[in-house]
Design a protein. Sequence first.
Length: 308
Amino acid sequence: MMETSEAEESLAAGRARVQLIQVPFGLGAGRPGEEQGAESIVKAGLVRMIRALGREVSEEQISGMWLRETSGRPFTTAKNLPAVLEMLGLAARRVEQAVEAGTFPLVLGGDRSVSIGAAAGLAKGFEDPGLIWFDAHPGLLTEETSATGCVNELPLSAILGRIPWEVPGLGRIRKEKVVLIGTREVQAEEREWIREQGIACYTMHEIDRMGIQRVIEQAVETAGAGSGGLHVSFAADALDPLEAPGVGSPVPGGLFYREAHFAMELLAETGAVTSMDVTGLNPLLDDQRRTGRLLAGLIASLLGKRIL
């Protein structure tokens, strides 16, 4: 079991109230459906689970007049970029406000682009925060290297400032405080950049070799160094598709049920996690809400749920 410092305990105790922020946005993905992900997780009993932990929870939803591009022109910037940038500004501001209010921001997407706003809001609310990134994909493509132009291929590039988007309230996170976990489908340019920049990345190979406990311990040491906030960003495709079929880009060989729950429990024990976002669930591809229920349970584990 990992030790918990007095500072971390104080930080966690001050954020007992959860601010649940739903962002039903799917224009960063290549197909419809992920805009319904937040609703599916909530319908799986999430709010009841949170309240059963003795935590207060407030709910809100971010929305806008977002339209999908319909032209067949070759893209020179990311697809649906005006809508994405509008959403990012709104989400980042709401997360920043939740941090300032002393609550735990829990952001439910939506596609992976929502994670940009969630992490950016934390970066505005905390000085030098860290980020633990659970995803089958690094998300480190750019507008120049993405073959599709979909923003869900380049969210971590945006968070790290590799893409020069100007969005009010969009804070940045330093690469030294970012840790990738569960990575298993990496493009050549992403692999090269990870190596060049020295990004901490624990692929499924490292998880199999080291075990999830050691991976989480090292991830917290890196991303949680210092007194800044610690954000956990969890994409549904970090899970094995046998466990979580409701994703748009399934990749075999991901985290299994018990492994993922243990990771969330270990993170909860640190008392250092100050916010979370969960994205990438496509209920149109799910099987009787299996993925939604699993994600709701993982969130509860991160917030302190235990067997005994």
